[in-house]
Design a protein around this ligand. Structure first.
Ligand code: APR
Length: 230
């Protein structure tokens, strides 16, 4: 008997209780920075050190963060379900909580890649990437992040995965950023969808959507009882 397929679509709110800032909440990351100055190819071309510093600070913080209860409960679902996490987050907290199938739509903070060969991707052991750190072909290494204006290379795979889902959990995303937020349009409208968020994410209410207006850890505690009991 194959396990029921659950897709978990997560965003920055998933990691908020681990101490990582969201982007659009009050005091969020994008209130302190101009996106175009730190998260775009133009910024990288014009002010690479500023971009490097932005990601180094976030990577340094990530090395000091731990997965929260919400990450751990999502990993726990794998005991009973075939779980595929599709995350907009660039942290590795889902993996560190024990989730074994994690697709990153917007890249990974602990990875860097060559600027002349995108297939050359390296795991960082320390938080600091510097100008002059080169790939094996001699080109500057850059954050392995999808910047604004760059293609979301994993989107096709994410669409296929969410179309196969028999249940979808949407946790901690404002559903403001496309193409990622467009995944909602690929979910079968006959399967149960649970949206967990203490705020008001941009989704159209429909009868197969249950909105749990709580933080990720509390919302997952409520949901895990339902999903692990039946
Ligand atoms: N638990 C669950 N959700 C939370 C929590 C929490 N503890 N705290 C905040 N939230 C919710 C907010 O209410 C909001 O709906 O998390 C969501 C965060 O939204 P955004 O800051 O817009 O983050 P996200 O949706 O992941 O942004 C998508 O935009 O800037 C780009 O690449 C960046 O991946 C990011 C993308």
């Amino acid at each position: 008997m194959s396990k029921t397929k659950i897709a978990v679509f997560s965003g920055a709110g998933m990691s908020q209780e681990s101490g990582i800032m969201t982007f659009r909440d009050m005091g969020g990351l994008w209130e302190q920075y101009d996106i175009t100055e730190v998260a775009s190819p133009i910024a990288w071309a014009n002010t690479p050190q500023l971009v490097m510093d932005f990601y180094n600070q976030r990577r340094k913080q990530l090395f000091e963060c731990e997965p929260n209860k919400g990450h751990l409960l999502i990993a726990q679902l794998e005991k009973k379900y075939d779980v595929q996490v599709i995350t907009q987050n660039v942290d590795d907290l889902h993996e560190r909580a024990g989730s074994t199938n994690v697709l990153h739509l917007h890249g990974e903070l602990k990875k860097v890649r060559s600027t002349i060969d995108t297939s050359l991707v390296y795991e960082m052991k320390d938080w600091e990437l510097k100008l002059g750190d080169l790939c094996e072909k001699g080109s500057q290494l850059r954050p392995h992040i999808v910047w604004f204006g760059e293609a979301v290379w994993a989107m096709h795979e994410a669409v296929e995965l969410i179309q196969e889902a028999e249940m979808v959990l949407v946790v901690g995303t404002s559903l403001n950023v496309y193409p990622a937020a467009g995944l909602m349009n690929y979910i079968k409208d006959t399967i149960p969808i649970y949206v967990i968020d203490p705020g008001s994410p941009a989704f159209t209410p429909q009868e197969n959507i249950t909105f749990i207006q709580k933080k990720a850890s509390h919302g997952m505690e409520e949901l895990i009882d339902i999903l692990m009991s039946n």
